[in-house]
Design a protein around this ligand. Structure first.
Ligand SMILES: NC(=O)c1ccc[n+]([C@@H]2O[C@H](COP(=O)([O-])OP(=O)(O)OC[C@H]3O[C@@H](n4cnc5c(N)ncnc54)[C@H](OP(=O)(O)O)[C@@H]3O)[C@@H](O)[C@H]2O)c1
Length: 276
């Protein structure tokens, strides 16, 4: 029996940051399911795509690489024009692009709250919140103009639902003498996503545009410090970080008819992090 409930074949899906760690897994999953996928990112090009997705997916006939800066309205609209002239008005937007501060960052951008630089705070809010707002606004406006329903999926973070556990990063000071303090900017920006989602969900509910947040927890990367892994795993009920493809099921669910009665929600996929 063909799986109609989770079927996304033929859907036009825009994925911002689609060549990043989680985004690349989304792109491959939707291509495997015969969707048409447009990647929006500032440096989207064939070479980057091959590295992020492998040659097989990078040369897929249903992949469109589009250079777009989500903090710039004109750039967003140019990219959406390209999607429309190629395939038509898109069905699904996955607002996945974002910036974060890793423990390897210099102290100037990760220092204590009391002296945390205003320009860094503004930069992170500009990408993670304003960028998500601009993408949602431009995408939703086109759906309304076309009298078409759709699904918008905002990628949040456990650090937007809860404060980071600073103890996880304490190893940095023990090792280097300089503390790493997980910055406020990412948490504050990501927390705004949840009410942006609720606002747009209720605003567009009767027009058939669904808006939901997907909340991931930390993803394992080879470049992360072993002390970080040890501390993170100890805090995580499941005892491990996520693999980058472990959000695919949730994102397909939110994009497909399996979630037609779901809007304004937050789907948390976090190994149990927020459960205690
Ligand atoms: N990885 C995790 O542990 C984790 C945990 C919880 C939540 N999340 C969230 O999941 C999402 C994906 O995370 P990730 O770790 O996969 O990120 P990533 O590997 O750093 O990729 C993010 C992508 O966003 C794009 N981007 C950044 N600024 C942009 C802009 N102004 N315009 C267009 N594209 C932009 C970048 O591409 P260009 O440089 O080409 O523009 C980059 O490829 C983010 O929203 C993140 O906050 C991640």
């Amino acid at each position: 029996m063909k799986d109609r409930l989770f079927d996304v074949s033929g859907k036009i899906v825009v994925i911002t940051g689609g060549l990043g760690q989680i985004g690349a897994e989304f792109v491959k999953e939707f291509l495997r399911r015969d969707a048409k996928v447009a990647v929006f990112s500032r440096s989207a090009n064939a070479q980057k795509a091959e590295k992020a997705l492998t040659k097989e997916y990078a040369s897929h006939a249903n992949l469109l690489l589009t250079q777009a800066d989500i903090t710039n309205k004109e750039s967003i609209n140019q990219a959406l024009d390209t999607v429309e002239s190629t395939w038509g008005v898109a069905d699904v937007l996955i607002n996945n692009a974002g910036i974060d501060t890793q423990p390897s960052a210099p102290p100037e951008v990760s220092g204590p709250f009391e002296t945390f630089p205003e320009e860094v705070f503004r930069e992170v809010v500009e990408t993670n919140l304003v960028g998500t707002f601009l993408m949602t606004q431009a995408f939703g406006a086109r759906l309304i103009k076309a009298s078409k329903g759709g699904s918008i999926i905002q990628v949040g973070s456990i650090y937007g639902m809860l404060s980071p556990v600073q103890d996880i990063y304490a190893y940095k000071k023990e090792m280097t003498g300089v503390p790493f303090i997980k910055p406020v900017a990412y948490s504050a920006a990501k927390s705004g996503i949840y009410n942006l989602t609720r606002y747009c969900a209720t605003y567009w509910a009767k027009q058939g545009i669904r808006v939901n947040t997907l909340t991931p927890s930390g993803v394992w990367r080879e470049t992360q410090d072993e002390h970080f892994h040890k501390n993170y795993h100890a805090r995580m009920p499941m005892g491990r970080m996520a693999k980058a493809d472990e959000f695919n099921g949730a994102v397909v669910f939110l994009a497909s008819d399996a979630s037609t009665y779901m809007t304004g929600s937050n789907l948390v996929v976090d190994g149990g992090w927020t459960a205690w």
